[in-house]
Structure formats: structure tokens, C-alpha cells
Design a protein around this ligand. Structure first.
Ligand SMILES: [Zn+2]
Length: 195
């Protein structure tokens, strides 16, 4: 079985093989040896020192830092009066094993006026958003471009995946109609809840 070799900076998960013992000096705290292999003992970014061949996994500090302008994908966790809480589980197409909490203020949902967050989103929707900054230790996101917004949603009544018909979402199971702030590729994204 051939497996793609992990590289410096890759996101790794516990139990993932990083290489063989001949090529690396494993870090005692974040990796372990088994059957001649070096494996990750925690989730994080792989750090390989090219001259010493020391290998270790850098944890939460790096995984929990987002850059301004970065594109992320997450679930809507909470709908509040003026903001929504998002749990980010993907950044730059890489899964985050320690999800990051972030907020979208109602003023940043769309370039058009949105009175209440629930006019644009529902809990459990999957959204694509852009990182705009950090406030009070929490990341702030925006969905105010065409390619940002909901990319996958399930019916509020029966849980069936919603199909887009122009600007409306339709449930083929119970007939429910919903309106949301949709990304322009809604329904064409291969995005599923996997955690
Ligand atoms: Zn339904």
C-alpha cells in the first residue's frame, strides 16, 4: 500500500505515519515509534528540521491562528440577535482537528442590508467565509462576496438536503421552501459534514 508521504507543514492526525525511524529523530512528546515507523501522537502541523532530522508536531497554537483574508468552511452553531457563531472545521481545504470558533456580525453577512442573522442562515448550515480580523480574542468572518455564504444546507423541518432553485432552496422530501444567503456554487460543492 503506497501512501503519500507527509511533508514539512502538513496537518497530521494522531496515529498517522510520518516516516521510518531511519530517517527521523522522533520528538518524545508529540510522536512515538511503532514497528520501525514514527507516528504522530497528536493533531497539528508537522515540523521537520532538515539538518538535524528532528521531527515533531506543532499543536493548537498554530492550528488556532487564522490569517486575515483566509477562506474557511464551518457550521453555523449559534444564531444570536446580531451575530452568528461558526465552528470552523476547514481552512484552505485542510481539515482542522481542533475546530475554531468564530463570529459573523450581521453587518458583514452581505453587502445588502440584512436585518436579522436568521434571514440569511440557520443552525447546521455549512458556510464558506473569509477571515476579516480578530476581536476580543475571537475571529471575525464575513460572507459578503458572491462565492461566500451557504454551500450546503438541510431542511429545517425534516433534515433532507435542500436543492437550489434560482434564489430559493427547496426540500424535495417535504416541500418546504427556505431562503438563505447562498454562495454562488451552492449545490455544486462536494461538502459534507464529516466530523
Ligand atoms: Zn423537508
Amino acid at each position: 500500500m503506497s501512501q503519500e508521504k507527509v511533508k514539512n507543514g502538513d496537518l497530521v492526525i494522531p496515529g498517522q505515519v510520518l516516516g521510518v525511524i531511519e530517517e527521523y529523530i522522533p520528538d518524545k512528546h508529540t510522536t512515538y515509534e511503532k514497528d520501525g515507523n514514527v507516528l504522530a501522537s497528536m493533531a497539528g502541523y508537522l515540523e521537520i528540521n532538515p539538518s538535524t532530522r528532528n521531527v515533531c508536531v506543532k499543536g493548537t497554537e498554530m492550528t488556532n491562528t487564522l490569517k486575515r483574508g483566509e477562506q474557511v468552511i464551518g457550521f453555523i452553531r449559534h444564531i444570536r440577535k446580531f451575530s452568528i457563531g461558526v465552528e470552523i472545521y476547514k481552512r484552505d481545504d485542510k481539515i482542522l482537528y481542533n475546530p475554531i470558533e468564530a463570529n459573523i456580525h450581521v453587518s458583514r453577512i452581505s453587502k445588502q442590508y440584512i436585518a436579522k442573522p436568521e434571514d440569511a442562515f440557520s443552525e447546521t448550515d455549512i458556510v464558506r467565509a473569509r477571515v476579516v480580523g480578530k476581536r476580543n480574542n475571537e475571529f471575525e468572518l464575513a460572507t459578503d462576496s458572491n462565492y461566500l455564504g451557504v454551500i450546503y444546507a438541510e431542511c429545517n423541518i425534516c433534515g433532507f438536503p435542500l436543492r437550489r432553485k434560482e434564489h430559493v432552496l427547496i426540500c424535495d422530501h417535504c416541500g418546504n421552501h427556505e431562503k438563505k444567503l447562498l454562495a454562488n456554487d451552492y449545490g455544486r460543492v462536494k461538502e459534507k459534514v464529516i466530523l
